[in-house]
Each structure stands twice: as structure tokens, then as C-alpha cells.
Design a binder for this molecule. Structure first.
Ligand code: ACM
Length: 758
């Protein structure tokens, strides 16, 4: 914070009460923590300090300004504890004037002027006024403007019209309150599209009056593994859905915050919960349960006219609840096995002269697209909808990288970018040992910030087809609101800036994040601090000593540490490079910006024994086919251990182990559900010959086919977490160690949690 104030003073933005005279300057001299950064910010003379006597002024009859005034008043009350009175009349000196004003182009555009005589926000439309008020609220909540907002002239409008977030409420669902909390935050980031993933194989979550079984049956699945902790036991199903009243409440809540809710009803795949509810609409001819398996389930709708009547009836109710122009119909990952096998589907294809199942999906989607178009709506779907012929009005959401967007835009379709893995917030954001479980592939705040929503391969003439971008929040590994927040914040800020601001400025953005983090905390949001938190690495450095290396993800802030067990402060030793410690020691560290810790302090207890230990996170997986970080269904000391595992090959490597003097190994193993629908990938799951029903853990030297050093029977672990010992033969020198589990995973699998050498 001190750094911000120094910069502020250097730029003439004195934080003291006197008003500096200062000519207009460019934005980069204004160190204000605005996110997303407005299109144009100019310094002007003066500054304005809000107090309890300040009024918010609107013109008589300006109902749009009056509504926004009420919202701004509530935000000021929350931030400052007093509520400026709203008065009708002419903008008075010393007040905050909100006015709709013709001549400002764009529904979301606004101007914001701050000077010695007050604040004026103007826009052509209520949405622009709302965004102007958001910007003013950000200024008020910036400690750099604690003693008054500096004189500013801001002219702002978004780069893209679709600035979104997709929330999966099928795999795990959120309460109405939690969704409203998210909508509040989306609005404060000027995000305007809430894409709500309401149906999938693992749960149908929207009440449909004409088809009550969709929620009586389709909203419940068997609680497998960690889900049992959510329901209170493996015998209690995981159930929940939104009533139409609740969905309408969410739509209205979003609309007040200028957010459109785009519902997603998946078809023709991701349909297992619906088919479990109404088997006659399925193509497989089998009775199915709502799925408890993550991945690609193969249940598809059939293509009978009766099924289209069902889907159209569902869409009628959906359109009644959701006024959005766009209706998302999914279309992704529709494995065609059932259609290939179905006589009825094959007969229908023949009668239509369609010779392959992918084109049949195109026909399916086009038929639904026509229906939506007749009702004045537009179809949007994942990029697989391009595999067939869809109406030109269909909008394509590109998730399989950016190829779908490039192909679609160049073919004249509008597109929204949501590429996996870049904008997938279920991907983990740090490699810290305390990162929650999920999908490890390193989508840091920077990888998101570096993503430009207009891929270079879209011809310039077609760039106008890019409506914008959104982050997705799939919730297989986000079972609760705490984890969901951790995934969303602060990475949502990166998406907000890249979809709103005309220019990217990573360093500027990063320096604005600490204030944004304080805004989250004030709003009761628990963000991830993984961009700043210190990682503490240690390696042996001779008798009784270890070499310690500190780092943080963004390189932002000054790293400081202690070795006496005390909490690191802004006065603690500054990190200047790897240092030696005498064992045993606890290193505690944090990154500081001026006097403020940027993250929670992290610590690491280091002794001779811990240097001979590796967690699965610190080991390599033997292959990189489908690596996950999974939590144990069992808590240990109130916490569920997390394991890194390639579910296609349960095998880990510890590289470069000095084996001299090592005579024993202890492995901590655990038993997890293997609840994955792997479709064609299932063939690739590695199976190793086991000597017993429970299987073994083998330790091999140098490679996974190398000499077997020890075999540890897993039967002793029964069906849970256990630490098991093995004896190592005498070996010299440095070797890689491979830890492989024999047998074939499913319906449970063994995982390695930790290895301790002795
Ligand atoms: C998706 O991630 N299957 C859209």
C-alpha cells in the first residue's frame, strides 16, 4: 500500500487534504486500483471527498438514474457506514450527479468526472450509469483515495458485449444465496452474462412442471466418495434443484445488476439424468441411473418426434423463466455409440439421407435452433454444433481450444470464447501444497490474463463475430461454495479486464489486485491467495543443514521469512536467495507490498526425516494421461488428504534418490472411488498383474520395469488409508524410484499419498 501512495504522490495525486493543482495526465500515472481498467482515464485538477453530508442528485423523472442512485447509496453505506441522501434536482456543487444523457454512444458506456465540485456520472442508458457507479465505488474503496478521489475524467465502454461466467450447478449445486453473492461480484467486475449449466448426466436441476420426474428422479444421484460427506452418508443420495420461482428470483436479481442469465439445457448428450427420469426419450434402450461418474457418459436422447416434443416443452418453460435472447443447448461430448447401435436412429438417418451420426447431431441441433428462432430466441451451443449444418444465426461457444471459434467466425457465425483449459476455472491455479483438489494444469491468473478473446487466425473481417469470452466453472471437484469461490476469485478479475479493457497491461493489473483482494474480503468472499503465497522448498545441504528456496507465482511483492516460529512481518528478514538453515527448523514466509502481507503466511517444518519424505504432489506421475488431485473420502485430523494421481496409470516416480544407507520405506496409501466414465479412453487404463486380490505396491529401481526392490501387499490397508512398511535391499548411488500399484482400478483404486525413506 505504501508503494501505491508513493506512486500517487509522484503523480501529483496527493493523498492529503489539500488540493494539488495538476494538469491532465495519462492513465499510467494514475495508480488507482480500478478493475477492469477503463478505456480512458485522464487526471484533472481537484479532488473530491465524500462525507455524510454528500447528496446523490438525479433529475426529476429520471427513473433510470434514480434506480442506480439507490444501488450506489447502498454500496456507500456498506463501505462507509453512512448513506448519502438521494435528492432530485440540478447537479449541486459537492454532490454526486447521475444523469441519463443522450449522445453517449453504447448501452454500457459511461463518463465519470471527479473534480473539486463533485462527481458526475453520465450515460445514455441505465446500464452505463450502473457501470459508472461501479467505477466510482471502486475509487471509494481504494485506499489510495482514502482522503478523497483525485480529479478524473473517465470515458469508458467495454471491448466486448459478452463478458461471462458459466456455473455448473449439475455436478454440484449452489444455494440461491450463493448464486446471488456471485452475481453481486460479477456486477462489480462489469461482467454481464451468467451462463447457467443446469442439466447434465449427474443431475437435472431445474423444475419443469410438465415433466416432474426430471427433478423427482433426475435431481438425485448416489453419493459416491467425497459426496457422502455432503449428504451425511453413502446411503443418502445427493439431491437438489431450483424451483421455477427460485430461478425467476435469480433472473430478476441478475437483471437488477445488468446481468443476463443464459440457461443451458444439454442435448443430445450429457442427457443421462433426463433419460434416467424418462427412459423413453433415451436412445440406448436401457434403464439408467443418474450418473455418479465424472467424464463422458454415453446416454443420448433418441430422435423420435415424441422426444422433440419433450425437448420443446422443456424449452417452452425455460423460455418462460429466462428472457435471455440466447438459449444454450449444449451439444458437447455427445458420444455416438447409442445412435450407432439404435435401429430407430439409423432408420431415421436413412429416411433423412444423412450418412453419419455427427451430421445427424447437426440435424438435431438445427431442428432445435429452428424452434428457438420461431420463438424469437437464438441458439448457442458448444463448438461440436459445427459438426453438422446449423442455422447461420446459431452462436458457437468454443471450448475445444480456439479452433471452433476460428472455424465458426470464418464461416460467419457469432462466437464466444471459452477455451479449455485456459478459461476453465476448475483447473488449479497454483502448485502450492495447500491448493484444494481438482484438475492440475496450471491456469494461473496470468495465463487467463494473457488470453486474447480474438484469436489471431480469425480474419480481420470476421473479428466482429467475436462477441466476447467467458470463464467456465465446472464443479466435479468444487463440491461447496468455499471451493467454488477459491476457484473463481481472483481469476475472474483477469477475465473481466480482458473482456472489458481495450489494452492488456499485466504489470498494472497485478499491482491493482491487492486492493481487489481487500474488496473481496470486505464482501465476505474468500479468494485464493495462490498468486502471491510463498512456496518453501528445502533440500539437504550436508550434516544438520538444509538449503531453503522461496518463491511466489507472480514474483510480486517482497518475500520475507522467519526461522524462529514467529509470524513473518514487513520487518522480517528479506529473502535474497537460497539460504541454509540448521535442522530442525520451521520456516515461515510471506510476500509483502509495503507493510501489507499479500497472502496468508505459509510455513514448512524441516527436519532430517522430512527431507526424506515426498507427498504425491512432490512425485512425478509416470504418465500424464489424466492427472487429477483427488481428496480422500476420509478426514485425517479434520482435513481430507489430497492425492495427485494419473487415473489412467496409478504409478509415481521419485527422481534422483540417494539410496546409500537407506534400508526401509514407508508408503501411505488410500482407497478412493474410481467413478469415471472414460468412454473410448477406458481402453487405455493401465492394468498390472497382481499377486493377490487386494493388489500390491511395488517399488522398482530406475524405471517402472526395473529391478523390484520391495513389494508391499495392500491387503493390510484393508479398504482405507494406511501407512505400510517395506524393506529395501542394500543399494548404492543415486537412482530413480518407481512406485506402481498392481491390479486394475475400478470400482475403487489405490493411490499413493506419501513416501518416507528411512
Ligand atoms: C465442456 O467442457 N464439455 C464444454
Amino acid at each position: 500500500m505504501r508503494r501505491l501512495l508513493l506512486l500517487a504522490m509522484a503523480a501529483g495525486l496527493s493523498a492529503c487534504a489539500t488540493q494539488p493543482k495538476q494538469a491532465a495526465g495519462p492513465v499510467d500515472t494514475v495508480p488507482l486500483s480500478l478493475i477492469p481498467m477503463p478505456a480512458q482515464v485522464l487526471r484533472v485538477p481537484g479532488h473530491f471527498k465524500l462525507d455524510a453530508a454528500t447528496t446523490i442528485v438525479v433529475a426529476p423523472g429520471d427513473t433510470q438514474a434514480r434506480r442506480v442512485a439507490g444501488q450506489l447509496q447502498a454500496w456507500i453505506r456498506q463501505a462507509r457506514g453512512f448513506a448519502p441522501a438521494i435528492v432530485e434536482g440540478k447537479a449541486a456543487s459537492g454532490g454526486i450527479a447521475l444523469a441519463t444523457q443522450a449522445g453517449i454512444k453504447g448501452r454500457e458506456a459511461y463518463t465519470l468526472d471527479v473534480g473539486g465540485d463533485g462527481v458526475r456520472i453520465a450515460a445514455n442508458d441505465e446500464t452505463g450509469l450502473f457501470y459508472g457507479a461501479v467505477t466510482y465505488w471502486q475509487l471509494l474503496t481504494d485506499p489510495a483515495a482514502r482522503n478523497g478521489v483525485p480529479g478524473l475524467h473517465i470515458v469508458d465502454a467495454p471491448r466486448f458485449e459478452w463478458r461471462g461466467l458459466m456455473l455448473d450447478s449439475s455436478r454440484h449445486f449452489q444455494s440461491v444465496n450463493e448464486i446471488e453473492h456471485l452475481l453481486d461480484q460479477m456486477a462489480m467486475h462489469k461482467l454481464n452474462t451468467f451462463h447457467w449449466h443446469l442439466t447434465d448426466d449427474q443431475g437435472w436441476r431445474l423444475q419443469i412442471e410438465k415433466y416432474p420426474k426430471l427433478t423427482q428422479t433426475g435431481a438425485c444421484r448416489k453419493a459416491v466418495g467425497p459426496d457422502a460427506a455432503l449428504t451425511g452418508g453413502a446411503d443418502k443420495p445427493y439431491c437438489g434443484f431450483y424451483t421455477q420461482e427460485e430461478a425467476k428470483q435469480i433472473v430478476a436479481y441478475a437483471a437488477e445488476r445488468h446481468i443476463t442469465v443464459v440457461p443451458e439445457i444439454e442435448m443430445p448428450g450429457h442427457a443421462q439424468a433426463a433419460v434416467a427420469s424418462y427412459p423413453k426419450f433415451g436412445a440406448g434402450g436401457k434403464k439408467l441411473a443418474v450418473s455418479s461418474d465424472w467424464g463422458v457418459n454415453t446416454a443420448l436422447y433418441n430422435v423420435d418426434d415424441g422426444t422433440f416434443t419433450f425437448l420443446q416443452d422443456v424449452l417452452d418453460e425455460v423460455m418462460d423463466i429466462f428472457p435471455s435472447t440466447y438459449i444454450h443447448v449444449g451439444g458437447d461430448e455427445a458420444a455416438k455409440d447409442e445412435w450407432e447401435r439404435s435401429k430407430a436412429v439409423q432408420a431415421k438417418m436413412k429416411s433423412l439421407g444423412i450418412d453419419d451420426e455427427e451430421k445427424m447431431q447437426g440435424w438435431f441441433i438445427a431442428r432445435i435452433g429452428d424452434y428457438l428462432e420461431k420463438h424469437g430466441r437464438r441458439l448457442i451451443g458448444w463448438d461440436e454444433i459445427l459438426d453438422g449444418k446449423v442455422p447461420a444465426s446459431a452462436t458457437v461457444m468454443s471450448w475445444r481450444g480456439t479452433d471452433g471459434a476460428i472455424k465458426a467466425a470464418n464461416a460467419g457465425h457469432d462466437v464466444v470464447l471459452a477455451p479449455s483449459p485456459t478459461l476453465y476455472l476448475d483447473r488449479l491455479q497454483s502448485t502450492l501444497p495447500d491448493e484444494p483438489p481438482g484438475r492440475p494444469s496450471g491456469q494461473t491468473m496470468k495465463t487467463i490474463y494473457d488470453f486474447d478473446p480474438v484469436p489471431a487466425d480469425i480474419a480481420p473481417d470476421n473479428a466482429q463475430h467475436v462477441l466476447g469470452a467467458e470463464v467456465t466453472v465446472f464443479t466435479e471437484y468444487l463440491p461447496n461454495w468455499y471451493r467454488t469461490q477459491h476457484a473463481i476469485f481472483p481469476r475472474i478479475a483477469a477475465l473481466a479486464e480482458r473482456t472489458w479493457s481495450p489494452k492488456a497491461d499485466w504489470n498494472g493489473f497485478l499491482s491493482r489486485i491487492p486492493v481487489q483482494m481487500s474488496r473481496y474480503r470486505a464482501a465476505g468472499i474468500v479468494p485464493s491467495d495462490g498468486a502471491f503465497a510463498v512456496a518453501i522448498a528445502a533440500e539437504p545441504a550436508g550434516n544438520d543443514t538444509a538449503k531453503v528456496t522461496l518463491s511466489n507465482q507472480t514474483g510480486y511483492g517482497k518475500l520475507r521469512y522467519t526461522t524462529d516460529g514467529s509470524a513473518p512481518t514487513a520487518q522480517s528478514t528479506a529473502y535474497g536467495g537460497p539460504f541454509d538453515v540448521t535442522l530442525p527448523t520451521t520456516v515461515r514466509a510471506n510476500a509483502f507490498d509495503g507493510g501489507f502481507g499479500l497472502a496468508g503466511p505459509r510455513d514448512r517444518a524441516i527436519d532430517a526425516k522430512s527431507l526424506l519424505r515426498r507427498s504425491s504432489d512432490e512425485l512425478d506421475t509416470c504418465s500424464d494421461k489424466l492427472v487429477l488431485r483427488l481428496e480422500s473420502p476420509r478426514a485425517v485430523n479434520g482435513q481430507r488428504p489430497v492425492y495427485k494421481v494419473d487415473i489412467m496409470d496409478t504409478c509415481w516416480m521419485w527422481k534422483g534418490v540417494k539410496l546409500d544407507g537407506r534400508y526401509g520405506v514407508a508408503v501411505t496409501v488410500d482407497r478412493l472411488p474410481f467413478n469415471y466414465a472414460l468412454w473410448k479412453d477406458a481402453k487405455g487404463v493401465v492394468s498390472r498383474k497382481a499377486r493377490s486380490a487386494a493388489g500390491e505396491l511395488e517399488v522398482r529401481q530406475d524405471t517402472c520395469d526395473g529391478p523390484k526392490l520391495t513389494t508391499i501387499p495392500l491387503a493390510k490397508a484393508k479398504d482405507g488409508r494406511a501407512t505400510l512398511d517395506g524393506i529395501l535391499p542394500k543399494r548404492e548411488g543415486t537412482h530413480d524410484l518407481c512406485f506402481v500399484i498392481t491390479g486394475k482400478p475400478g470400482p475403487k483404486m489405490w493411490v499413493l499419498g506419501e513416501v518416507q525413506l528411512r
